[in-house]
Design a protein around this ligand. Structure first.
Ligand SMILES: Nc1ncnc2c1ncn2[C@@H]1O[C@H](COP(=O)(O)OP(=O)(O)OP(=O)(O)O)[C@@H](O)[C@H]1O
Length: 235
């Protein structure tokens, strides 16, 4: 569904992505892991067209997306920290996005309901707690039934019940054949929702395997230990 070919991205003299080639299939949850600053968000931004690669290509269903825009409606994005106009009410933000996407026929309001956002519709974005802002971001990411979801540390800041709601939603949408890329540092969570793990280290793909393969290769039952073994070069 997404093919990344020999991708390079630098910010000034900082070479962040160094020849990244990887493929992601529909109907899978892929966890993108790696140390802070290894290039996870930069890769997501390249897929989203928010950062322009210096070299290489990104294809969605076989077609290059570089310098194109229309494909973006197929992707739902939940940023690490959502930035919203402080003065706008939750209702206004949701109405504004709906208006931008008025051609969309299949609107999914499930998370708005499960998170009780309608009861907070008149609150201004600037007055919301970090977790509530995350709930708005999650609701918006899933709202237009995108075929691809890119979620950047989606449960960071969510209380345990709200995190469970999001994990169930991720698994539900995966069953519909969507591709979901999740950046996360929480191994237990990755183990619960992901099929595959792709690890970036210093802008290069260290490994991209299914969770079952990772555990088998390292002879470890726990994903956190298996990944620690690979990272320490013990496998
Ligand atoms: N707009 C930018 N301008 C300059 N440097 C940037 C920019 N965005 C990211 N970087 C740098 O690129 C490197 C990779 O950043 P990126 O956000 O992709 O890492 P990450 O793997 O997502 O990290 P984290 O786990 O901390 O979220 C970092 O050194 C970061 O400082």
């Amino acid at each position: 569904m997404i093919t990344i070919e020999n991708l390079h991205k630098s910010y000034g003299r900082l070479h962040v992505l160094k020849d990244v080639s990887v493929g992601f299939e529909a109907g899978k949850v892929v966890s993108v892991i790696g140390p802070n600053g290894s290039g996870k968000t930069t890769m997501s931004k390249c897929i989203l067209g928010m950062a322009l690669p210096d070299k290489g290509d990104i294809k969605i269903n076989g077609e290059s997306v570089l310098k194109k825009h229309a494909y973006r409606s197929q992707i739902g994005y939940m940023p690490q920290i959502g930035k919203y106009p402080e003065n706008m009410k939750i209702r206004q933000v949701i109405d504004m996005i709906r208006d931008i996407r008025k051609e969309a026929t299949n609107v999914d309001e499930e998370l708005i309901g499960l998170y009780g956002l309608k009861d907070m519709y008149e609150k201004r974005m600037g007055s919301l707690s970090g977790g509530t802002k995350q709930k708005v971001s999650a609701a918006l990411a899933f709202m237009f039934n995108p075929q691809i979801l890119i979620l950047d540390e989606p449960t960071a800041g969510l209380d345990p019940i709200s995190a469970e709601i999001l994990k169930s939603k991720i698994l539900k949408e995966k069953k519909k054949g969507k591709l979901i890329l999740i950046t996360s540092h929480i191994m237990s969570e990755i183990e619960e929702v992901a099929d595959e793990v792709m690890c970036l280290v210093d802008g290069q793909v260290k490994f991209h395997e299914t969770i079952a393969e990772i555990k088998m290769q390292t002879n470890e039952a726990r994903l956190s230990r298996a990944i620690a073994k690979i990272m320490n070069g013990e496998d």
